[in-house]
Design a protein around this ligand. Sequence first.
Ligand code: S3P
Length: 171
Amino acid sequence: ADPVTTGPLVVLVGPPGSGKSSVGAALARLTGTPLRDTDTDIETRAGTTIAEIFTGRGEPAFRELEEQAVADALAEHPGVLALGGGAVLSARTRARLAGHPVAYLSVSATTGVQRVGLASHRPLMVGVNPRATYRALLADRVPLYREVARWEFATDTESVADLARAVADAV
Ligand code: S3P
């Protein structure tokens, strides 16, 4: 796609635990731009938590809210935009990302599941076998992250500060 001339400075995609929030915050500081996060936008609009939306209304309802939140943020936000880990599951969202400067933060299953285990508010990871759940999630989504991204950064062994610098240098 032709590069778009308006929209976020950079869009971060990647699975839960890939560091979108921490790298996004560091990037915002580094570039002097605001950080926006579609998970937060959804919670603000719905007036409740993502976990509550998943249990009360179901994942398809959440995905619809997410599609709209991503579309609005792409249209409105000039700074760093972090997407929820499952946003790329939507074909409409993937089409909307075309031409935007998208950076994929990748992580191995081993590291990802460790990082996510530290914060258990994520509804998709509340299963009997978090490791198998996480591996399946990666198998489904890695091709989608790669489809939308212009750059890929492996996060397993890099510091947040180094990753933020690398992303800022790329965009
Ligand atoms: C999800 C990831 C979460 C959040 C929701 C669903 C997913 O965002 O959008 O719990 O499907 O991977 P993070 O990637 O910020 O954890």
